[in-house]
Ligand binder design. Sequence first.
Ligand code: ASP
Length: 354
Amino acid sequence: MHETLSKITNRISRIILIVGVLGMSNASAETKPAIVIHGGAGTITRASLTDEKESSIRAALKSSVQAGYQALLDGASSTEAVAAAINVMEDSPLFNAGKGAVFNADGKNEMDASIMEGAGLNAGAVASVTHIRNPIDLALKVMTDSEHVMLMGEGAEEFARQQGFEMEDPAYFRTDFRWQQLQRIKAKEAAKQQVTTDDQHDQWFSTVGAVALDQQGNLAAGTSTGGTSNKRWGRVGDSPIIGAGTYANNNSCAVSATGHGEFFIRYVVAYNICNRVELGTPLAEAAETVVNDILVKAKGEGGIIAMDAAGNIATPFNSEGMYRASIDTDGNMSISIYREEGEPEGALIGNVEH
Ligand code: ASP
């Protein structure tokens, strides 16, 4: 009698175990992937963009978001998809990352990048690299193949060489547009003219980033930039700093930022948003509070892209525009540059003093 009872109990627990395992794998297989990218925030008015430039930017945003989404559909992890999307913008001369990065005060392109996965809070970052074609790939390598989170300058490049990265000639990163931008800022400095808000906007603009949710339900975020034009003294902004420019945690959200980096570091923007989400605030509200209340009060201009584990998307910015694109969990694509109807006014338009 006892034996029969224990056999039945055993069988029941085995069935419960099998159902449990099936349930788990079903849950993960059911996650519909989604991705959001940005190509920087700043003074982006219709008047400041020619039709031609606007359509090239829209086309580049589209290729980037589609590359990331396709990777997700093919079963890539969210970190791989984030890197794939960012690679497209790093390779385009239109953005301040990889080719097309801004120049520092010494006329060099010095780049920063970071990436983080929401599953285990692993992260990788590089700062001030000058020969790496795709800094986001090196950040990913730091995450997967070193015991560190952040490497900088020559050390980061030595690590890259050891990992088989090809060193790019610095001339590869040069674009005439960015060179002229540096000359304008330098001429004003030399003439002791006040650097205007427009010049300031010129200085930090078109950083790129991506956040993604993969089929396993894992979030990731990444950011890549040349930093600010005419930067000196080894200045590093928020983009390679985990918690400031980039953050991902499956328990809350994934965030990539763009804007006046010093403010994003001080207000720990990416983590600040995710922490609010972890404590129960909906994603859109958390992102809106940090970008359009806290940062606005501090006069910190910029924006962020964010996604939570359910695939909800938020893209608030307090500047005039932000290059952005997304493909949501239903496969709907959206590409925007300016403020869309219904979005709140950029609270910092025209009143930021840097
Ligand atoms: N946040 C970047 C930095 O301060 C610049 C940008 O977003 O365009 O380096």
